[in-house]
Every structure is written in structure tokens, then in C-alpha cells.
Design a protein around this ligand. Structure first.
Ligand code: GDP
Length: 300
């Protein structure tokens, strides 16, 4: 956890430290508030949340009058945490109420880190004592099934795969069937993120979902989003949300951007919490998203 925090801090430093430095100026004039606003917008926080935050900060600083650095830090921390929705349920639900395994479908555009996230999540679950079956339903990208299987071997999870270019829905179906037969705890399904047309995507993901639900309800549909893609990522997210009911967001590559504000923007956009964050390519680089820890990493 310490390592993950350090990694976050390194990439996000400019945002949190920048805000704190600006807020600590002796005279908080209009220009300074504008700079604070710009800092937030540059970090992809989004227009409406930025305006709300600045308004609240202005009011609180005004009420405070003279202020110590500790007070300012505390105030900024509180407001940033509040912006991230500390009350949201960020549990990744894998406990099926019935006898069948919990089923998690992982969706997102290719290249965002879907397969890597599926592998890392399997590792977390296995470390937690759960047995996991992986479904390689990303038949669009040739190497995806191999990549997932390698993860499976690494973490100790069986991978169900089909022929190259095979039908994703039937692979997903087989994976769940296998999970039931093996009495596995969780089935994780990696899907294809073909976003050529919305109807194409809808057909494919919709079919996977329907087929999986023949066995029982899906416990989670996680949308994987690359934090470095900013507004583009948000547009993608919207399309996916129209196609399936996203229950949680995984924000990957947060180690490679200073724009942590995307967490706020995407939660607002979809009305769904960020549950996990990717902080690197390694097997241990997936962390639960925790607003307090995140803000602490931001402002140091
Ligand atoms: P997919 O096409 O969505 O399945 O994407 P992949 O899982 O193949 O990931 C694409 C690339 O992003 C790979 O090189 C991954 O190692 C890398 N990647 C995935 N997650 C992260 C992350 O959190 N941080 C960094 N730095 N790289 C990541």
C-alpha cells in the first residue's frame, strides 16, 4: 500500500501540491482563484465540479479569515474528499447469493488495460482464497486470449478460451459453465472492446451479457478506462454506459498521468463509483480506490 501510494504521489504531485501552494498565498485575489480553477481544469476535474469546489473553498477561506498552513491543508483535504464521494460503495461484488459463482464482466476499449486488469483482479481474488475461472471472450484482439492465459497461469486461475475469432458469447457461456462445474467462487470475463459502431458493440456485449445471465445474474460489470485519455475516455465511457449497466469503473494508468481529476469527472458522467485503480503494469499494481488515501497522496 505504501508503494502504491508513493507511485500515485509521484504522478499526481503537481495537482495537489499546486493547489496547496496557490491556496497558501497571502493574498487570495481573483487571479489566484482563477489559477486554482485552471489547475483543476487541467487535471480533468471537469467544469461543473471545478466551479463547485472553488466556490466552496472561497467561502470556507473567507469564513476562516487568518489561516495556518495546517488549516488550509485540512480544508483542502476535506473538500477534495467530499468531491470524490466518500460515501459511495466501492466493493467489487463477487459473492453470488446462490450456489453459482459470482460473475464479473470486464468491458472497455482495446488498449485501456482490460486484460491486464482482469489478470490483476484474478490475482487479488486468488490471494483472498477464492478460486477463479477466467473467460477469454476478447476474440477480437488476436493475442488477448494468450495474454489472459499467461496471467491465469501466473496467478493460479484456469482460462477458458475458444478458437481465434470465435463467438465471444459462447466463450463467456462456457466459462460460466466451467465455473459452475468446478464450483469456482468467481468467473471473470474479459470482453472485446470493439467500438467501431455502437450497434456492433451493443450486439456483442449485449449478447455476452444475455448468455451469461442464463446462468444467473451478473454481479459486476466493470468498465476499464485509461486515465491518460481525458475527454476521449469520457466519451467512450458514455457509449459503454448506454450499452450495458456499468456497476463500477476501473481507472488504469493513473501512474502515467498528473490528471487525477478524471476520477471526479467520470464518476459524475456515469453516476457510478471508481472502484479500482491501475497504478502500473505489474501484478500488484491494482488498488482499491479510497478517496482519503487518494487525496493524501495528492497533497502529500
Ligand atoms: P486491453 O486491450 O484493454 O486488454 O489492454 P491490455 O491489458 O493489453 O493493456 C494495454 C497496455 O497497457 C499494456 O501494455 C499494459 O501493460 C498497460 N497497462 C495496463 N494497465 C496499466 C496501468 O495501470 N498502468 C500502466 N502504466 N500500464 C498499464
Amino acid at each position: 500500500l505504501v508503494r502504491l501510494r508513493a507511485r500515485l504521489a509521484r504522478s499526481q504531485n503537481s495537482l495537489g501540491k499546486g493547489l496547496l501552494t496557490l491556496l497558501s498565498r497571502e493574498h487570495l485575489d481573483e487571479d489566484t482563484w482563477e489559477e486554482i480553477e485552471e489547475t483543476l481544469l487541467t487535471a480533468d476535474v471537469g467544469v461543473a465540479p471545478t466551479q463547485e469546489l472553488v466556490e466552496r473553498l472561497r467561502e470556507r477561506v473567507r469564513v476562516l479569515g487568518t489561516r495556518t498552513p495546517e488549516e488550509l491543508r485540512g480544508l483542502l483535504r476535506e473538500e477534495l474528499v467530499a468531491l470524490l464521494g466518500p460515501e459511495l460503495d466501492r466493493t467489487v461484488h463477487t459473492e453470488s447469493p446462490s450456489d453459482v459463482p459470482g460473475v464479473v464482466m470486464v468491458v472497455g476499449v482495446n488498449g485501456t488495460g482490460k486484460t491486464t486488469t482482469t489478470g490483476k483482479l484474478a490475482r487479488v481474488l486468488v490471494a483472498d482464497g477464492k478460486s477463479v475461472v477466467l473467460g477469454a471472450a476478447d476474440t477480437f484482439r488476436a493475442a488477448a486470449a494468450d495474454q489472459l492465459q499467461t496471467w491465469g497461469e501466473r496467478v493460479g486461475a484456469r482460462t477458458v478460451r475458444g478458437p481465434e475469432g470465435g463467438d465471444p458469447a459462447s466463450i463467456a457461456y462456457d466459462a460460466v459453465k466451467e465455473g459452475i462445474a468446478e464450483k469456482a467462487d468467481v468467473v471473470l470475463i474479459d470482453t472485446a472492446g470493439r467500438l467501431h459502431t455502437k450497434t456492433g458493440l451493443m450486439d456483442e456485449l449485449g449478447k455476452v451479457k444475455r448468455v451469461v445471465e442464463k446462468h444467473g445474474p451478473l454481479d459486476e460489470i466493470l468498465l476499464v478506462l485509461d486515465a491518460t485519455t481525458g475527454q476521449n475516455g469520457l466519451i467512450q465511457a458514455r457509449v459503454f454506459a448506454e450499452v450495458v449497466d456499468i456497476t463500477g469503473i476501473v481507472l488504469t494508468k493513473l501512474d502515467g498521468t498528473a490528471k487525477g481529476g478524471i476520477v471526479v469527472a467520470v464518476q459524475r458522467e456515469l453516476g457510478v463509483p471508481v472502484k479500482l485503480v491501475g497504478l502500473g503494469e505489474g501484478p500488484d499494481d491494482l488498488a482499491p480506490f479510497e478517496p482519503g488515501a487518494f487525496v493524501d497522496a495528492l497533497i502529500g
